[in-house]
Design a protein around this ligand. Structure first.
Ligand SMILES: [Zn+2]
Length: 416
């Protein structure tokens, strides 16, 4: 059979399946499980940008329908009413840098997690991590590399979308890309071929590896622009040309690139190549932050990990340059569900609680290209909302007192 006829059958098979399932949906009665309305009346609302009082929020199915004073809302007869006294309602938090397939190194060193833990063990543990993350109020995560667990993030994301396990909305990067010889595990006899914590590639081969990861489900490409690979010191890995090749290849599929970089030269090359976020940035200088600001590259400072004496100085320079700060913690290095630790650390290095809340909601949503869907409590946006006791725009640690969590209109915590 000629190829084009085969293709025709594939396409039609897909169309037919779509037509059939939509007809089945229409046959359901109106008050099906998916047709729900919830009216939330918090003490105050943080809408993603500012704190507002005297407002109620009507959720219809998976969307925010109305944000207005209670008296002005047309309340559907079947709406469930939830009063949230003393609580602040806010957009579901967004974690920009997680590793759900890792658990704290204080429990098991990274090397042993990558080399000795079965994939099935790691996946089983990750399901707990994902549940803890959602119940802590993080309704979206960008997971930045499986660290040796192949494409398990793609399957975990599907399991959440299909309602098999409980967890946040996931954006995944799959294996991440490192220059040959630069990553780990290291230190074995040279005749051994030790599987690495990320996929190795160089030169022209980067095109194939980027395409392969996208084909297997990567929402973002993660690349290591530098690493501790020579003499134990962080040093740039990929050349500017190689990084450009990665960005250009990903861009044709509308896939953004995130770069791990802690050296000035790694950050400079990644920025010039067109990556959208830089992770860590430990050695960042006023000059390189100025360049990032000019190019609109966001910094994900991961204050919870890395050089704790260098981080405050680095953040001072980044804030002075006006760089976009995306809240991302490198959670996995520490316990999943404790993600608020990063937001508290951001306050300690000079951001206000309000700025940190914006970063973890509307700013992160925009950096993810999802600013029209999540990160705000606004009519038409997805119903990803949480409620916490107290006012987190005054005291960010209020985010630890999560009373209510809803993702896509489905309550996971706090609704009876
Ligand atoms: Zn990381």
């Amino acid at each position: 059979m000629p190829k084009h006829i085969l293709l025709f059958f594939f396409l039609c098979g897909g169309c037919l399946a779509g037509w059939w399932s939509s007809n089945i949906t229409q046959a359901q009665p109106a008050q099906s499980k998916n047709d729900t309305a919830i009216l939330l009346k918090p003490a105050r609302l943080f809408d993603g940008e500012q704190i507002r009082e005297g407002l109620a929020v009507l959720i219809r199915n998976d969307k925010i329908q109305t944000v207005a004073p209670l008296a002005e809302i047309q309340i559907p007869a079947d709406a469930k009413f939830m009063e949230l006294p003393n609580a602040t309602l806010l957009p579901g938090l967004i974690e920009m840098h997680s590793h759900v397939l890792l658990h704290p190194y204080s429990e098991t060193p990274w090397n042993d997690q990558v080399a000795r833990e079965h994939l099935s063990l790691r996946v089983a543990r990750a399901t707990n991590h994902l549940r803890n993350t959602l119940l802590a109020g993080f309704t979206t995560i960008r997971d930045l590399g499986t660290e040796g667990a192949d494409y398990a993030d793609v399957g975990l994301k599907q399991a959440i979308e299909q309602g098999i396990i409980v967890g946040p909305r996931m954006l995944v990067t799959t294996r991440a890309i490192v220059a040959t010889g630069s990553y780990a595990p290291k230190g074995y006899a040279t005749e051994w071929n030790v599987p690495q914590g990320a996929e190795e590639a160089d030169g022209e081969n980067l095109i194939r590896i980027v395409r392969s990861q996208i084909g297997k489900g990567a929402d973002w490409i993660k690349v290591y622009a530098d690493y501790r690979w020579a003499k134990g010191k962080a040093a740039p890995t990929f050349s500017l040309e190689e990084l450009k090749l990665i960005v250009e290849t990903a861009k044709s599929a509308n896939i953004p690139v995130a770069a791990h970089a802690s050296t000035v030269e790694g950050m400079r090359r990644a920025t010039l190549a067109g990556v959208e976020t830089i992770e860590h940035g430990d050695e960042g200088t006023p000059e390189v932050f100025k360049l990032m600001k000019e190019r609109g590259v966001a910094l994900c400072p991961t204050l919870s990990v890395g050089n704790q004496t260098r981080k405050p100085e680095m953040m001072k320079a980044a804030l002075a340059a006006g760089v976009i700060i995306a809240a991302g913690s490198d959670v996995g290095v520490f316990a999943h569900g404790d993600n608020v630790r990063e937001l508290e650390a951001m306050v300690k290095v000079g951001m206000t609680s309000l700025e940190v809340l914006r970063s973890a909601t509307s700013v992160n949503a925009r950096v993810l290209h999802l600013g029209e869907q999540i990160g705000f409590v606004k009519a038409g946006w997805r119903a990803d909302v949480i409620a916490v006791e107290g006012d987190p725009t005054r005291e960010v640690s209020a985010l630890r007192k999560v009373k209510f969590v809803m993702k896509n209109g489905i309550p996971f915590k706090g609704a009876e």
